[in-house]
Ligand binder design. Structure first.
Ligand code: WT7
Length: 657
């Protein structure tokens, strides 16, 4: 988080009441009503969540709503349900099989416009059943982890839901990650089946997904079966006995497959995310609580109402938690069509998103601040030339939004008509934690405002005591909530250490925050060695290990630095081996190397070669100083623990370059 951002948010005084026209049709229309219900949800979580859960379908009722033995939560104990059933079959059985479930648009724009596919709930039921049977035919059983590495095609949604249908937890690996990243995740999850595509489209070019999976197969011996969707028609090597085409896998397969009754606490999916050490962690989410929480947050945060002509669009990739919770699992049970877009925001032109909003009459639009900043740069005209009068609500997620971007979003995209929901949450929380309720909560540019129902959030000091208003501290969640992570796959110790040890008796998300005079929360960014680059989370140590795995690198220190579009960019300070000369070519080589080790999102924006890194006498790298250097601001704070003071001079010299 840059200093300028912090100063500007501290001075932010604009407050916007929900627009009357919006409020009139909102579930929650009044701040006091929200406060009363929030209070009730904290006083009586079992009563509150038990009622919500009854809005969904269960094969067997639960006994107890919550069993809490810190840090272990069990929700809807003994209840049996299936999330694919609630997304799909439930809608068919209630007579809505013909309604639109997924509205998909491809990236390429041909002479007749882009390719569009419309899947009704009945279509989804048939397709998920067919593919579920195909998975079974490949030997996939309840409890087997299936890895999914695909572009944003309809088959991705089908694959995810088919896994849920048969109780095989999925591990979706974002299609921008490298073969190393696939192999690490496959190994950690002990996953034998991978679903992929021949390639995925990115700004008219093919990303060779299948070739990346082939390379991953050289790095791990776990992969026994690879199912390949034909999307781009690029050349792929199919290995006999291991690889098969999706179309062949579903050929002649029965389109009926009952939904497996899942225990509320059975694992629904694993999703890997970066932490403050080198190795990404597999976040475990289970079925019942995650279902209920993502359902309710979708309904209230986005004000979703079936049969009112709404079209909801979240621009995230299903490879991230945002796509899991708010393209699929939370949205489909609300019976509002979910739009899925294959491509980039600026292809073929910078107005692509607005063109989509206009053509499909999008009503709810949910994106990331980094995208909003890019649009601002591309100019208002790209937005204003489109008729965006269908929009009712705008959302943002992934990183703090600067007030300037918030105001631009409100005025230029939303025509000052649409409330903005700035939703703070994480892979680990499963769903929105801090967010306005759009018809009830007054909003302030840059603040994610107030906790959702059932969320006991506070800003505390290291001893867990609440700090006074307007004072910075650590964000803490003091009570369990239904969609909280249930663990880190295979690493109990890390689970306890990371989330439940810094603050006694509370969940610690790793963010700093403060509350203003209205009690609104302001997220001040990560307080650990995690950085948030364009809304994507990366561990600085993960990038460092990628750098030092290059033979010419001896040591590397990675920090975040202010970046106009990405919010935070990546700065790497690198020391080279004896006799290795620094050069722009080497810099490019190292960037490419990180791209191969992790993925393009992890490529450093700046590589600064240096003979020494600033270290304490005990040998710890003083990243704080490097952050100052990278941000080109004065080196502040205590430097007395520096081992070698001459390093300071060298560092200051870099700021002049
Ligand atoms: C981290 C979680 C939640 C899905 C996307 C990212 C930051 C997220 C906000 C927001 C300020 C935010 C936090 C959080 N973050 N949303 N609205 N305002 N910061 O999920 O990769 O698990 O990252 O993203 O730092 O801890 P994730």
């Amino acid at each position: 988080m840059s200093d300028t951002h912090i100063t500007s948010v501290l001075n932010e005084a604009r407050v916007f009441a929900p627009q009357p026209e919006f409020r009139a049709q909102a579930y929650w229309q009044d701040l006091d009503a929200y406060r009363a219900e929030h209070e009730r949800s904290l006083q009586d979580p079992e009563g509150f969540w038990g009622e919500v859960a009854k809005e969904l379908s269960w094969f067997e009722p639960w006994g107890k709503v919550l069993e809490w033995n810190l840090p272990d939560a069990k929700w809807f104990v003994g209840g049996k349900t299936n999330l694919c059933f609630n997304c799909v079959d439930r809608q068919v059985e209630s007579g809505h099989g013909d309604q639109l479930a997924i509205l998909w648009e491809g990236e390429a724009v041909g002479p007749d416009g882009p390719e569009v596919r419309r899947l009704s709930y009945a279509d989804l039921q048939a397709e998920t059943s067919r593919f579920a049977n195909a998975l079974k035919a490949q030997g996939v059983k309840k409890g087997d982890v299936v890895t999914i590495y695909m572009g944003m095609v309809p088959e991705l949604a089908i694959a995810v839901l088919a896994c849920a249908r048969i109780g095989a937890p999925h591990s979706v690996v974002f299609g921008g990650f490298s073969s190393h990243a696939i192999a690490d995740r496959v190994d950690d999850a002990d996953s034998k089946v991978v679903i992929t595509c021949d390639g995925s489209w990115r700004r008219g070019k093919v990303v060779p997904l299948k070739a990346n999976v082939d390379a991953a197969c050289e790095l791990t011996s776990k992969i026994e079966t690879v199912i390949v969707v034909e999307r781009c028609g690029n050349e792929v090597a199919m290995r006999e006995g291991r690889d098969l085409w999706w179309r062949d896998a579903v050929q002649g397969v029965d389109a009926e497959c009952p939904c497996e009754p899942m225990d509320a606490e059975d694992m629904l999916f694993l999703l890997y995310t970066s932490g403050s050490t080198g190795k990404p962690k597999g976040i475990v989410h289970t079925t019942g609580g995650y279902m209920v929480y993502t359902y309710l947050t979708s309904k209230y945060t986005f004000n979703l109402k079936p049969d009112t002509g709404q079209v909801y669009w979240c621009t995230a990739d299903v490879g991230w938690i945002t796509g899991h919770s708010y393209i699929l699992y939370g949205i489909l049970p609300n019976r509002v069509p979910s739009l899925m877009f294959e491509g980039a925001p600026n292809f073929p032109e910078v107005d692509r998103f607005w063109d989509i909003c206009e053509r499909h009459k999008v009503t709810q639009f949910y994106t990331a601040p980094t995208a909003i900043r890019a649009f601002m740069k591309w100019g208002d005209e790209a937005v204003t030339k489109h008729d965006l009068s269908s929009l009712q609500l705008l959302g943002t997620v992934g990183e703090p939004i600067n007030p300037e971007a918030w105001m631009w979003y409100r005025e230029v995209v939303g025509g000052s008509r649409c409330p903005i929901v700035d939703t703070w949450w994480q892979t680990e929380t499963g769903g929105h934690m801090l967010t306005p309720l759009p018809g009830a909560t007054p909003t302030v540019p840059g603040s994610c405002t107030l906790p959702f129902f059932g969320i006991d959030a506070a800003v505390v000091d290291e001893s867990g005591n609440e700090v006074p208003l307007n004072r910075g501290g650590l964000l803490a969640i003091r009570k369990p909530w239904p969609s909280m992570l249930r663990g880190i796959h295979g690493d109990r110790e890390r689970f306890v250490q990371t989330y439940f040890s810094r603050l006694e008796g509370m969940y610690f998300p790793g963010d700093g925050a403060r509350r203003d005079a209205h009690g609104n929360f302001w997220i001040m960014g990560r307080v650990d060695d995690v950085i948030n680059v364009a809304g994507h989370r990366l561990g600085t140590m993960e990038v460092e290990s990628a750098l030092v795995s290059h033979p010419q690198v001896v040591e590397a220190a990675v920090v975040g630095m202010p970046h106009e579009i990405k919010g935070t960019g990546i700065a790497a300070f690198v020391t080279l081996g004896p006799g290795v000369a620094a050069s722009p070519e080497l810099s490019a080589t190292l960037q490419a190397h990180v791209g191969e080790e992790i993925g393009a999102i992890a490529k450093p924006d700046l590589i600064q070669f240096t003979d020494h890194l600033p270290k304490t006498r005990s040998g710890k790298i003083m990243r704080r100083l490097l952050r100052d250097v990278a941000a080109k601001r004065a080196i502040t704070g205590d430097v007395t623990t520096l081992e070698d003071f001459s390093v300071l001079e060298t560092l200051q010299k870099y700021q002049e370059d």
